[in-house]
Design a protein around this ligand. Structure first.
Ligand SMILES: [Ca+2]
Length: 314
């Protein structure tokens, strides 16, 4: 049987000291690693806190921009710096640069009250739908918001939704643009294409082209950019000029005290970027002088951080 015999020299004081040194060196190496890890984690934490501060400042600037724009809309029109037709306005606040746009919602298409022709034009041109698809979708929209449970010719009421395992028709007017996504036949692609031009606050059968964004005017002009730009130049010069030559039958000369406001802000070094959007009623003679109907905060590339219904992403 083999016996393991420890060599005599292992036991000498010299060897013991060498072993102790090795252990101390290992311990030091371990300690260095731990200190390094701690320093790294502190750096990450400091960076996280500093990012949070920048992002809080960015949000505060975006929110300030919305309220500044509301205050602008409460002024008489000839005293305002910001137009209500979506023309971008460059604003600076708290060291950040902000691009503000304001749209009077009379320039948008009301899902509850727009004429069938107007919505058909939008769905056909922006969504690329065929005539029968447009018919079915318009019938489904009517059924979704009307109180009865009687299906229109190509529409959809509760039993059609149930058959597909979907929540039923609302049987009441739309309260936000986002509810359009619940209508049978509405696809994500179509919704994203039309939502920026739709509203629930215009209460008109047509749109007022004085306040319509360029993308919507292009639909009415069948893509004729020159005609649209010429009309936009005209309306900028003379707000009470005649209606455009294109888009016959789509317009109504209404005006609302409801505004869709968007503020894109960020600091010059590229940090703190955020888009804050809101819809607000403005009542200059009342207290409080405004009511916020919807609010959304979106960090580019990170989705919505605050989304209080009603504002579609654009
Ligand atoms: Ca119904």
């Amino acid at each position: 049987m083999m016996t393991l015999v420890m060599p005599q020299q292992w036991a000498t004081p010299h060897r013991q000291r060498a072993m102790a040194l090795v252990i101390v060196l290992w311990f030091l190496a371990l300690l260095t690693l731990m200190v390094g890890a701690l320093a790294y984690s502190m750096r990450v934490e400091t960076q996280t806190v500093s990012n949070a501060v920048v992002s809080a400042r960015g949000r505060a600037v975006g929110e300030a921009a919305i309220f500044w724009a509301i205050a602008e809309m409460a002024k008489p029109e000839d005293e305002r710096q910001v137009l209500e037709d979506g023309t971008p306005f460059e604003w600076e606040f708290g060291g950040a640069k902000v691009t503000i746009t304001v749209l009077n919602e009379a320039g948008l298409v009301d899902i509850n009250t727009a004429s069938r022709e107007l919505m058909a034009k939008l769905f056909t041109d922006l969504g690329g739908l065929e005539a029968e698809q447009v018919d079915a979708l318009l019938d489904a929209i009517t059924d979704f918001r009307d109180q009865d449970n009687v299906r229109s010719l190509n529409g959809a009421e509760d039993e059609d939704y149930e058959a597909q395992g979907l929540p039923g028709a609302k049987d009441a007017p739309f309260e936000s643009v986002e509810e359009l996504q619940r209508v049978m036949g509405m696809t994500g692609t179509l919704y994203r294409a039309v939502a920026p031009y739709m509203t629930v606050y215009s209460h008109s059968s047509g749109v007022n082209p004085r306040y319509s964004p360029r993308g919507l005017l292009l639909v009415f002009a069948d893509g004729d950019a020159a005609a649209v730009d010429s009309w936009m130049a005209e309306r900028a010069e003379a707000p009470n000029s005649a209606m455009p030559a294109f888009g016959q039958g789509m317009f109504a000369p209404s005006r609302r005290n409801s505004y869709r406001i968007t503020a894109d802000s960020g600091f010059p070094d590229g940090t703190g970027r955020i888009r804050v959007s809101a819809t607000a009623f403005v009542y200059p003679q009342q207290q409080p002088p405004y009511v916020i109907n919807a609010w959304r905060e979106q960090v580019p590339g990170a989705g919505a951080v605050v989304d209080d219904q009603g504002i579609p992403s654009q």
